[in-house]
Design a protein around this ligand. Structure first.
Ligand code: NAP
Length: 443
């Protein structure tokens, strides 16, 4: 593996990389099937990913004709790594078993360990015999939409594919490792002005926010729209703020600390609500809402921007969903992709139908959407929101920080890359974007 790393760092050609031997095993951050019950009886917030995520040497899988073997220079921690590591809401081993039923190649995924990670930036080492657009030596980022291209239901919007899956969550061989096996249609060009870790943190969250707000499959934000963004300095929220500002909208960012408020203001988001300071109590208890608190929240938004939100970017779920559905403008849209605080949601339907609101469910992004979102990063129009970088040996600690909401933006993980800052090839664009923007989330 040192040979591969050195060759990449020394600018080896594709032919030279293709000639290097692939080692029999590689390092990977995994959870193990034998551990799925290790948190039985433990409250969700106390389940500790540091106990379940392990670093193991694993065998290199064979390469299917439509796949690429990629040397992962860096990856990132997404919330789905937390879900896998605490075995909630379900163990991901079930998904691997179901995938294995689909074909002889899919059988490889059903293993007693699950290699996590749904982001990555690196260099292609090998391609399968059916791969046309990529070759050894290509510098890539990887998006996580794993699609069966022989499935007719995947040929309008591939997120509607009957067996669409998220790589590194519902498939094995994820990105938190020195090598990964991905479908060729997960590959996108690496933004040349970014380091490996900066390039690795974007694809999952950036593409998700793009689909939710910009794509025709999402809320179709237009100029002047007021967009309420929960968790506005979190993984998806920090990209959402950038899309709203780029698109001529008016973001209202909700965060929970003065530090996060400062980052938002530096990004150009003028309307900010600190939910900790405001201390909203949307629920009286586990079962009853407090409508007067929804009104107070709506009043705070109007005080900032003079009107109700056209769009609410929703993902906290149970704790905020009733309020989101209440405050969105008459005829407005709530777009949701998650339910971090609980997935059984409640809202008052009277305000929904009488005010002709719309609710859109959204999930990751199809290849086209991910590619468009990656293009905006590559042009320096959307910035990575990396706050910290961990080593592959520290994935458990990094996932713990995300689980406990101790982070801002995205956390990068160095895999084959040993130092931060490596991998930049377009220094001119980097200088034009500027270190201030690229390090806005850095601690
Ligand atoms: P993240 O980096 O942890 O950010 C989420 C932010 O939401 C937190 O930083 C927090 O910000 C806010 N938040 C958390 N709990 C809250 C609550 N009870 N009330 C109000 N705000 C709350 O996570 P992320 O990467 O942005 O992901 C957010 C969710 O989306 C996760 O559940 C993730 O699994 C999901 N997701 C889904 C997709 C998809 O394709 N479906 C893709 C990406 C992410 P403050 O404390 O500052 O308010």
């Amino acid at each position: 593996m040192d040979q591969i790393r050195n060759a990449i760092n020394n600018g080896a050609t594709g032919e030279q990389l293709a000639a290097l031997p692939i080692p029999a095993t590689y390092r990977a951050a995994v959870i193990e099937k034998q551990d799925v019950d290790m948190f039985a009886g433990v409250a969700s917030g106390d389940k500790d990913p540091r106990k379940s995520i392990k670093l193991r040497e694993v065998p290199v899988p064979d390469l299917a004709p439509d796949e690429a073997l990629v040397a992962v220079m860096a990856s990132s921690i997404n919330f789905n790594t937390v879900w896998s590591a605490i075995f909630e809401p379900i163990s991901t081993f079930g998904a691997l078993t179901r995938l294995a039923r689909e074909s002889s190649w899919a059988k490889r995924h059903d293993l007693p360990y699950h290699i996590l990670g749904s982001d990555g930036a690196g260099v292609v080492l090998r391609v399968g015999t059916a791969v046309r657009n990529w070759k050894p030596g290509d510098r890539v980022t990887i998006h996580c939409n794993h699609v069966d291209d022989q499935d007719p239901s995947a040929h309008d919007d591939s997120m509607l594919g009957a067996n669409q899956r998220i790589w590194g969550y519902e498939t094995n061989f994820g990105g938190l490792a020195d090598l990964t096996v991905v479908k060729a249609n997960q590959l996108m060009p690496k933004p040349a002005h970014l380091s490996w870790e900066e390039a690795a943190v974007n694809a999952l969250c950036n593409s998700t926010s793009y689909r939710m707000l910009v794509s025709q499959n999402g809320a179709r934000m237009k100029q002047g729209d007021v967009v309420l963004i929960w968790g506005a300095t979190g993984g998806i929220g920090a990209y959402a703020v950038q899309y709203v500002l780029n698109g001529g909208g008016i973001p209202v960012g909700v965060v929970s600390s003065p530090d996060k408020e400062r980052i938002l203001r530096e990004m150009g988001c003028e309307a900010v609500i600190d939910r900790s300071k405001a201390n909203y109590k949307f629920w009286n208890d586990d079962n009853t809402h407090n409508e007067s608190e929804w009104r107070r929240f709506g009043g705070d938004i109007r005080a900032l921007v003079g009107e109700d939100p056209d769009i609410v970017f929703e993902h906290p779920g149970r704790s905020t969903f009733g309020a989101s559905m209440y405050v969105v403008k008459k005829g407005g849209t709530v777009v949701t992709c998650a339910a971090t605080s609980g997935f059984m949601l409640e809202f008052d339907n009277r305000f929904f139908w009488m005010r002709l609101k719309r609710l859109i469910g959204s999930h990751f992004a199809n290849y086209r959407e991910a590619y468009e979102a990656n293009r905006l990063i590559a042009k320096g129009m959307i910035d990575p929101v990396i706050s910290q970088t961990f080593q592959l040996t520290e994935v458990g600690e990094a996932a713990y920080q995300v689980h406990r909401n101790m982070h801002e933006g995205q956390i990068g993980v160095l895999c084959l890359a040993q130092n931060e800052g490596e991998g930049v090839t377009d220094h001119e664009l980097r200088a034009k974007v500027g270190e201030a923007r690229l390090s806005r989330f850095r601690r």
